[in-house]
Design a protein around this ligand. Sequence first.
Ligand SMILES: Nc1nc2c(ncn2[C@@H]2O[C@H](COP(=O)(O)OP(=O)(O)OP(=O)(O)O)[C@@H](O)[C@H]2O)c(=O)[nH]1
Ligand SMILES: [Mg+2]
Length: 201
Amino acid sequence: MPRWRSSYECSSFNPGQLPPAGIPEIAVAGRSNVGKSSLVNRLLGARLAHVGATPGKTRSINFFLVEREGAPCFRLVDLPGFGYAARSKGERDQWARLVGAYASGRDSLLLVLHLVDFRHGLLKNDILLQEWLSGSGLPIFVVFTKGDKISRGKRQQTRDGYIKDGLKSLDVPIVTSSIDNTGIEETRSFIESHLDARGFA
Ligand SMILES: Nc1nc2c(ncn2[C@@H]2O[C@H](COP(=O)(O)OP(=O)(O)OP(=O)(O)O)[C@@H](O)[C@H]2O)c(=O)[nH]1
Ligand SMILES: [Mg+2]
């Protein structure tokens, strides 16, 4: 697979700061603290996104440019965490306003990676997020995070159980860990093949 070269592009704290659409975008969504920024860094191969031990670290939409063979290939987009319970309704509304302004009618947004904590599977907020994303017409692919917290021998059974419980995902979800790199290369390949399938090889 050709090497990705990544760089930070910009951050949007409000709809007025969103960069113009253009090149294909792959967004990373999920509950606060699920490991979005950590996975973004692993995929990019660089510590460009800010990681935090407390939920609510990422408040802006952060855009990272991935180049392949010297040419812009796509943007990886780190979204703020969805639905942290301790936050006020006002802040949840702010999430919907900002992410809604970003995602609505953005033809260049090809795919949303929905990150789900492998220890818990889909919680209420994950189901709400899936409904919101699919209601916005966005293709969803589930990526499990923190796979290192479940022993290797139990991973397949755990994943199959979550699939059986029901989830929206374009394909069989990938189990990842940003600690030991499990599933990172597989996720990169999935992104590459999705870009390819959508005509952006
Ligand atoms: N064990 C383990 N911990 C992880 C993994 N990925 C992230 N973490 C930890 O989970 C915490 C949250 O990580 P972030 O990457 O900041 O999570 P986030 O989803 O971007 O959080 P918000 O920006 O607050 O929505 C940090 O303490 C990370 O070190 C993982 O794969 N395994
Ligand atoms: Mg984050």
